[in-house]
Design a protein around this ligand. Sequence first.
Ligand code: SF4
Length: 367
Amino acid sequence: MPSIGTNEGAASPGRQPGDDLGACDLSPGSRPGLAIPSCRVRREKSRYRRLSDFLRQKFGCRVWKVSVDGNFDCPNRDGTVGRGGCIYCDPASFSPSRRLAVGQVANLPDMPRQIGNLPHMSITEQLQDGIARLSARHRVDRFVAYFQPATNTYAPVEQLRVLYEEALAHPQVVGLVIGTRPDCVPDETLDLLAEFARRTWVSLELGLQTSHDRTLAWLNRGHHYQAFVGAVERGHRRGLDIGAHVILGLPGESRDDMQATARELARLKVHAVKLHNLYAVKGTPLADMVERGEVALPSLAEYAGWVVDFLEWLPSECVIDRLSGDAPRQYLVGPDWCLDKAAILAAIDAEFARRGTRQGAEATLPS
Ligand code: SF4
Protein backbone atom coordinates (compact mmCIF):
# COMPACT_ATOMS: atom_id res chain seq x y z
CA MET A 1 0.00 0.00 0.00
CA PRO A 2 0.41 3.05 0.36
CA SER A 3 -2.28 1.20 0.47
CA ILE A 4 -3.08 -0.56 3.32
CA GLY A 5 -0.42 -2.64 2.83
CA THR A 6 -0.25 -5.75 3.88
CA ASN A 7 1.63 -8.36 2.87
CA GLU A 8 2.97 -8.26 0.24
CA GLY A 9 2.60 -4.96 0.28
CA ALA A 10 3.57 -2.07 -1.14
CA ALA A 11 5.86 0.35 0.21
CA SER A 12 4.81 3.82 0.49
CA PRO A 13 5.61 6.59 -1.74
CA GLY A 14 8.49 8.44 -0.43
CA ARG A 15 9.54 5.68 1.73
CA GLN A 16 13.16 4.75 1.87
CA PRO A 17 14.67 1.39 2.27
CA GLY A 18 15.09 0.69 5.87
CA ASP A 19 12.45 3.02 7.06
CA ASP A 20 10.65 0.12 8.39
CA LEU A 21 12.15 -0.30 11.61
CA GLY A 22 11.02 -3.21 13.00
CA ALA A 23 8.28 -4.04 10.96
CA CYS A 24 6.89 -3.32 7.80
CA ASP A 25 3.79 -2.40 7.11
CA LEU A 26 0.77 -3.00 6.12
CA SER A 27 0.89 -2.55 3.06
CA PRO A 28 2.15 -2.72 0.25
CA GLY A 29 2.39 0.60 0.32
CA SER A 30 2.09 1.47 3.67
CA ARG A 31 4.51 3.63 5.32
CA PRO A 32 6.38 2.42 8.14
CA GLY A 33 3.40 2.58 10.25
CA LEU A 34 3.43 1.90 13.83
CA ALA A 35 6.47 -0.22 13.83
CA ILE A 36 6.68 -1.35 17.36
CA PRO A 37 10.42 -1.68 17.57
CA SER A 38 10.89 1.81 16.33
CA CYS A 39 8.50 3.31 18.72
CA ARG A 40 10.04 6.13 20.65
CA VAL A 41 7.42 5.93 23.36
CA ARG A 42 9.09 4.12 26.22
CA ARG A 43 6.79 2.15 28.40
CA GLU A 44 7.91 0.22 31.39
CA LYS A 45 5.62 -2.74 30.99
CA SER A 46 3.72 -3.39 27.83
CA ARG A 47 0.35 -5.08 27.83
CA TYR A 48 1.24 -6.90 24.63
CA ARG A 49 4.28 -8.75 23.31
CA ARG A 50 6.15 -6.24 21.21
CA LEU A 51 8.23 -7.24 18.22
CA SER A 52 11.18 -5.30 19.61
CA ASP A 53 11.09 -7.39 22.78
CA PHE A 54 10.86 -10.62 20.82
CA LEU A 55 13.82 -9.72 18.61
CA ARG A 56 15.93 -8.66 21.56
CA GLN A 57 15.09 -11.90 23.34
CA LYS A 58 15.88 -13.99 20.28
CA PHE A 59 19.13 -12.32 19.24
CA GLY A 60 20.36 -10.91 22.55
CA CYS A 61 20.58 -7.39 21.15
CA ARG A 62 18.46 -4.80 19.39
CA VAL A 63 17.52 -5.94 15.90
CA TRP A 64 15.55 -3.93 13.40
CA LYS A 65 13.90 -4.70 10.13
CA VAL A 66 15.29 -3.14 7.01
CA SER A 67 12.96 -3.34 4.07
CA VAL A 68 14.13 -4.41 0.63
CA ASP A 69 12.34 -4.53 -2.69
CA GLY A 70 12.95 -7.59 -4.85
CA ASN A 71 11.05 -5.93 -7.69
CA PHE A 72 8.32 -8.54 -7.59
CA ASP A 73 4.98 -8.24 -9.29
CA CYS A 74 1.66 -9.46 -7.86
CA PRO A 75 -0.59 -12.22 -9.27
CA ASN A 76 -3.59 -10.14 -8.26
CA ARG A 77 -2.47 -7.45 -10.68
CA ASP A 78 -0.92 -9.24 -13.63
CA GLY A 79 -3.97 -11.36 -14.43
CA THR A 80 -2.76 -14.64 -12.97
CA VAL A 81 -5.24 -14.37 -10.10
CA GLY A 82 -6.90 -11.09 -10.95
CA ARG A 83 -6.42 -7.60 -12.27
CA GLY A 84 -6.65 -4.30 -10.51
CA GLY A 85 -5.34 -5.62 -7.22
CA CYS A 86 -6.75 -5.18 -3.75
CA ILE A 87 -8.91 -2.08 -3.49
CA TYR A 88 -6.52 -0.37 -1.07
CA CYS A 89 -3.32 -1.10 -2.97
CA ASP A 90 -1.48 1.45 -5.05
CA PRO A 91 1.31 -0.20 -7.03
CA ALA A 92 2.82 3.19 -7.73
CA SER A 93 3.84 3.16 -4.13
CA PHE A 94 6.00 0.08 -4.45
CA SER A 95 9.29 1.52 -3.37
CA PRO A 96 9.51 4.29 -5.92
CA SER A 97 12.92 5.22 -4.64
CA ARG A 98 14.19 1.74 -5.38
CA ARG A 99 12.36 0.99 -8.60
CA LEU A 100 14.09 3.50 -10.74
CA ALA A 101 12.96 4.53 -14.16
CA VAL A 102 14.47 2.66 -17.05
CA GLY A 103 17.72 4.28 -18.05
CA GLN A 104 18.23 5.95 -14.69
CA VAL A 105 20.68 3.41 -13.46
CA ALA A 106 23.40 1.62 -15.34
CA ASN A 107 25.18 -1.63 -14.61
CA LEU A 108 22.52 -3.16 -12.42
CA PRO A 109 22.61 -6.91 -11.89
CA ASP A 110 20.52 -8.80 -14.43
CA MET A 111 18.57 -11.01 -12.07
CA PRO A 112 16.29 -8.48 -10.42
CA ARG A 113 15.43 -6.95 -13.74
CA GLN A 114 14.22 -10.31 -14.98
CA ILE A 115 11.80 -10.67 -12.11
CA GLY A 116 10.02 -7.36 -12.03
CA ASN A 117 9.08 -4.70 -14.47
CA LEU A 118 11.64 -2.00 -13.83
CA PRO A 119 15.31 -1.85 -13.11
CA HIS A 120 16.04 -1.15 -9.51
CA MET A 121 18.71 -1.03 -6.86
CA SER A 122 20.20 -4.41 -6.04
CA ILE A 123 19.34 -6.05 -2.74
CA THR A 124 22.87 -5.40 -1.53
CA GLU A 125 22.65 -1.72 -2.44
CA GLN A 126 19.31 -1.38 -0.69
CA LEU A 127 20.65 -3.06 2.43
CA GLN A 128 23.75 -0.90 2.46
CA ASP A 129 21.65 2.22 2.11
CA GLY A 130 19.00 1.27 4.66
CA ILE A 131 21.44 -0.09 7.21
CA ALA A 132 23.67 2.96 6.95
CA ARG A 133 20.76 5.26 7.68
CA LEU A 134 19.24 3.17 10.44
CA SER A 135 22.57 2.51 12.11
CA ALA A 136 23.40 6.20 12.23
CA ARG A 137 19.97 7.21 13.45
CA HIS A 138 19.27 4.50 15.97
CA ARG A 139 22.59 2.88 16.89
CA VAL A 140 21.47 -0.57 15.80
CA ASP A 141 23.87 -2.93 14.08
CA ARG A 142 21.87 -6.11 13.50
CA PHE A 143 19.00 -6.35 11.03
CA VAL A 144 16.53 -8.69 9.47
CA ALA A 145 16.01 -8.18 5.75
CA TYR A 146 12.33 -7.61 5.08
CA PHE A 147 11.19 -8.42 1.56
CA GLN A 148 8.17 -6.19 1.61
CA PRO A 149 6.66 -4.62 -1.50
CA ALA A 150 4.32 -6.72 -3.63
CA THR A 151 4.40 -10.55 -3.54
CA ASN A 152 7.85 -11.65 -2.49
CA THR A 153 7.50 -15.32 -3.37
CA TYR A 154 6.19 -14.66 -6.87
CA ALA A 155 9.09 -16.09 -8.86
CA PRO A 156 10.69 -19.48 -9.57
CA VAL A 157 12.39 -21.01 -6.57
CA GLU A 158 15.89 -20.65 -7.97
CA GLN A 159 15.38 -16.93 -8.55
CA LEU A 160 14.03 -16.57 -5.03
CA ARG A 161 17.06 -18.39 -3.70
CA VAL A 162 19.42 -15.93 -5.36
CA LEU A 163 17.65 -12.91 -3.91
CA TYR A 164 17.32 -14.31 -0.41
CA GLU A 165 20.95 -15.47 -0.44
CA GLU A 166 22.05 -11.99 -1.47
CA ALA A 167 20.26 -10.50 1.52
CA LEU A 168 21.70 -13.04 3.94
CA ALA A 169 25.19 -12.44 2.60
CA HIS A 170 25.20 -8.98 4.16
CA PRO A 171 27.28 -9.32 7.33
CA GLN A 172 24.77 -7.39 9.46
CA VAL A 173 21.72 -9.35 8.36
CA VAL A 174 20.66 -12.02 10.86
CA GLY A 175 17.36 -13.14 9.41
CA LEU A 176 14.76 -12.90 6.68
CA VAL A 177 11.15 -11.75 6.69
CA ILE A 178 9.22 -12.59 3.53
CA GLY A 179 5.89 -10.88 2.87
CA THR A 180 3.55 -12.56 0.44
CA ARG A 181 0.03 -13.70 -0.40
CA PRO A 182 -1.30 -16.93 1.12
CA ASP A 183 -2.08 -18.27 -2.36
CA CYS A 184 1.49 -17.75 -3.55
CA VAL A 185 3.44 -20.18 -1.40
CA PRO A 186 3.62 -23.52 -3.24
CA ASP A 187 5.29 -26.41 -1.45
CA GLU A 188 8.60 -25.93 -3.26
CA THR A 189 8.74 -22.32 -2.06
CA LEU A 190 7.98 -23.37 1.51
CA ASP A 191 10.69 -26.03 1.20
CA LEU A 192 13.13 -23.31 0.18
CA LEU A 193 12.15 -21.14 3.14
CA ALA A 194 12.49 -24.14 5.46
CA GLU A 195 15.97 -24.69 4.04
CA PHE A 196 16.89 -21.09 4.90
CA ALA A 197 15.26 -21.48 8.31
CA ARG A 198 17.79 -24.17 9.17
CA ARG A 199 20.53 -21.52 8.78
CA THR A 200 18.88 -18.36 10.03
CA TRP A 201 15.65 -16.93 11.42
CA VAL A 202 12.92 -16.81 8.79
CA SER A 203 9.45 -15.34 9.19
CA LEU A 204 6.82 -15.80 6.50
CA GLU A 205 4.34 -12.90 6.58
CA LEU A 206 1.02 -13.65 4.95
CA GLY A 207 -1.48 -10.99 3.99
CA LEU A 208 -4.80 -12.09 5.38
CA GLN A 209 -6.71 -8.92 6.37
CA THR A 210 -9.77 -10.85 7.57
CA SER A 211 -10.99 -14.39 8.02
CA HIS A 212 -14.34 -13.55 6.40
CA ASP A 213 -14.66 -14.50 2.75
CA ARG A 214 -17.34 -11.90 2.04
CA THR A 215 -14.92 -9.16 3.07
CA LEU A 216 -12.03 -10.72 1.15
CA ALA A 217 -14.24 -10.62 -1.93
CA TRP A 218 -15.12 -6.98 -1.30
CA LEU A 219 -11.42 -6.17 -0.98
CA ASN A 220 -10.78 -7.96 -4.29
CA ARG A 221 -8.10 -10.00 -2.60
CA GLY A 222 -8.47 -12.85 -5.06
CA HIS A 223 -8.26 -15.62 -2.47
CA HIS A 224 -10.42 -17.17 0.19
CA TYR A 225 -9.67 -17.60 3.87
CA GLN A 226 -9.02 -21.29 3.32
CA ALA A 227 -5.95 -20.39 1.26
CA PHE A 228 -4.50 -18.77 4.37
CA VAL A 229 -5.35 -21.77 6.55
CA GLY A 230 -3.65 -24.10 4.10
CA ALA A 231 -0.55 -21.93 3.83
CA VAL A 232 -0.21 -21.71 7.61
CA GLU A 233 -0.62 -25.45 8.06
CA ARG A 234 1.89 -26.28 5.32
CA GLY A 235 4.32 -23.70 6.71
CA HIS A 236 3.99 -25.02 10.23
CA ARG A 237 4.66 -28.57 9.04
CA ARG A 238 8.02 -27.21 7.87
CA GLY A 239 8.70 -25.44 11.17
CA LEU A 240 8.32 -21.89 9.83
CA ASP A 241 7.33 -18.90 11.94
CA ILE A 242 4.30 -17.37 10.29
CA GLY A 243 2.89 -13.88 10.72
CA ALA A 244 -0.48 -12.54 9.58
CA HIS A 245 -1.48 -9.06 8.45
CA VAL A 246 -4.95 -7.96 9.47
CA ILE A 247 -6.97 -4.79 8.80
CA LEU A 248 -9.40 -3.66 11.48
CA GLY A 249 -12.36 -1.49 10.58
CA LEU A 250 -13.29 -3.06 7.26
CA PRO A 251 -16.78 -2.11 6.09
CA GLY A 252 -19.43 -4.62 7.06
CA GLU A 253 -17.40 -6.17 9.86
CA SER A 254 -18.72 -5.99 13.41
CA ARG A 255 -16.65 -6.20 16.58
CA ASP A 256 -17.62 -9.87 16.75
CA ASP A 257 -16.39 -10.39 13.20
CA MET A 258 -13.00 -8.86 14.01
CA GLN A 259 -12.69 -10.91 17.18
CA ALA A 260 -13.58 -14.01 15.18
CA THR A 261 -10.52 -13.32 13.00
CA ALA A 262 -8.41 -13.04 16.16
CA ARG A 263 -9.74 -16.34 17.42
CA GLU A 264 -8.88 -17.97 14.11
CA LEU A 265 -5.29 -16.69 14.32
CA ALA A 266 -5.09 -18.00 17.88
CA ARG A 267 -6.43 -21.36 16.77
CA LEU A 268 -3.86 -21.54 14.00
CA LYS A 269 -1.06 -20.54 16.40
CA VAL A 270 0.45 -17.89 14.17
CA HIS A 271 3.73 -16.56 15.45
CA ALA A 272 3.04 -12.86 14.87
CA VAL A 273 0.28 -10.44 13.94
CA LYS A 274 0.51 -7.08 12.25
CA LEU A 275 -2.55 -4.87 12.65
CA HIS A 276 -3.55 -2.00 10.43
CA ASN A 277 -6.31 0.51 10.67
CA LEU A 278 -8.34 1.02 7.53
CA TYR A 279 -6.92 4.01 5.71
CA ALA A 280 -7.22 5.20 2.15
CA VAL A 281 -4.54 6.34 -0.24
CA LYS A 282 -5.18 8.56 -3.24
CA GLY A 283 -5.62 6.83 -6.55
CA THR A 284 -7.04 3.60 -5.14
CA PRO A 285 -10.58 2.27 -5.51
CA LEU A 286 -10.93 2.54 -1.75
CA ALA A 287 -10.12 6.24 -1.88
CA ASP A 288 -12.83 6.71 -4.48
CA MET A 289 -15.34 4.95 -2.23
CA VAL A 290 -14.35 7.12 0.72
CA GLU A 291 -14.64 10.29 -1.33
CA ARG A 292 -18.10 9.24 -2.61
CA GLY A 293 -19.20 8.65 0.97
CA GLU A 294 -19.65 4.92 0.46
CA VAL A 295 -17.05 3.92 3.03
CA ALA A 296 -16.55 5.54 6.42
CA LEU A 297 -13.09 5.50 7.94
CA PRO A 298 -13.03 4.69 11.66
CA SER A 299 -12.23 7.11 14.46
CA LEU A 300 -9.20 6.63 16.67
CA ALA A 301 -11.42 5.77 19.63
CA GLU A 302 -13.17 3.06 17.63
CA TYR A 303 -9.86 1.69 16.39
CA ALA A 304 -8.26 1.58 19.83
CA GLY A 305 -11.23 -0.43 21.10
CA TRP A 306 -10.98 -2.89 18.22
CA VAL A 307 -7.23 -3.33 18.73
CA VAL A 308 -7.73 -4.16 22.38
CA ASP A 309 -10.61 -6.51 21.55
CA PHE A 310 -8.33 -8.25 19.06
CA LEU A 311 -5.27 -8.52 21.28
CA GLU A 312 -7.31 -9.87 24.17
CA TRP A 313 -8.11 -12.90 22.02
CA LEU A 314 -4.52 -13.54 20.93
CA PRO A 315 -2.34 -15.80 23.06
CA SER A 316 0.18 -13.89 25.15
CA GLU A 317 3.08 -15.48 23.27
CA CYS A 318 1.95 -14.12 19.89
CA VAL A 319 4.28 -11.35 18.74
CA ILE A 320 2.60 -8.03 17.92
CA ASP A 321 4.50 -6.71 14.97
CA ARG A 322 2.62 -3.48 14.37
CA LEU A 323 -0.45 -1.67 15.63
CA SER A 324 -1.29 0.78 12.86
CA GLY A 325 -0.39 1.92 9.40
CA ASP A 326 -0.40 5.13 7.43
CA ALA A 327 0.76 6.79 4.26
CA PRO A 328 2.67 10.00 3.68
CA ARG A 329 0.42 13.01 4.14
CA GLN A 330 0.49 13.94 0.47
CA TYR A 331 -0.93 10.53 -0.48
CA LEU A 332 -3.31 10.03 2.40
CA VAL A 333 -7.04 10.50 1.98
CA GLY A 334 -7.67 9.63 5.61
CA PRO A 335 -8.02 9.22 8.46
CA ASP A 336 -5.61 11.97 9.56
CA TRP A 337 -5.20 10.49 13.02
CA CYS A 338 -3.20 7.57 11.64
CA LEU A 339 -0.27 9.97 11.23
CA ASP A 340 -0.02 10.48 14.99
CA LYS A 341 1.62 7.30 16.19
CA ALA A 342 2.12 8.44 19.76
CA ALA A 343 -1.59 9.23 20.08
CA ILE A 344 -2.51 5.81 18.72
CA LEU A 345 -0.28 4.03 21.21
CA ALA A 346 -1.60 6.16 24.01
CA ALA A 347 -5.21 5.44 23.06
CA ILE A 348 -4.54 1.69 22.96
CA ASP A 349 -2.70 1.77 26.28
CA ALA A 350 -5.51 3.81 27.82
CA GLU A 351 -8.13 1.35 26.60
CA PHE A 352 -6.18 -1.58 28.05
CA ALA A 353 -5.87 0.30 31.34
CA ARG A 354 -9.56 1.20 31.37
CA ARG A 355 -10.47 -2.47 30.93
CA GLY A 356 -7.72 -3.73 33.22
CA THR A 357 -6.77 -6.35 30.63
CA ARG A 358 -3.83 -7.32 28.44
CA GLN A 359 -3.03 -9.47 25.42
CA GLY A 360 -4.42 -12.94 25.92
CA ALA A 361 -7.02 -11.97 28.52
CA GLU A 362 -9.73 -13.78 26.54
CA ALA A 363 -7.54 -16.50 25.02
CA THR A 364 -8.61 -19.74 26.57
CA LEU A 365 -7.72 -22.15 23.84
CA PRO A 366 -6.32 -25.53 24.77
CA SER A 367 -2.61 -25.83 24.13
S1 SF4 B 1 -1.86 -8.82 -2.88
FE1 SF4 B 1 -1.07 -7.60 -4.59
S2 SF4 B 1 -2.70 -6.13 -5.05
FE2 SF4 B 1 -3.08 -6.93 -2.97
S3 SF4 B 1 -2.04 -5.53 -1.53
FE3 SF4 B 1 -0.59 -7.15 -2.02
S4 SF4 B 1 0.61 -6.37 -3.75
FE4 SF4 B 1 -1.26 -5.12 -3.64
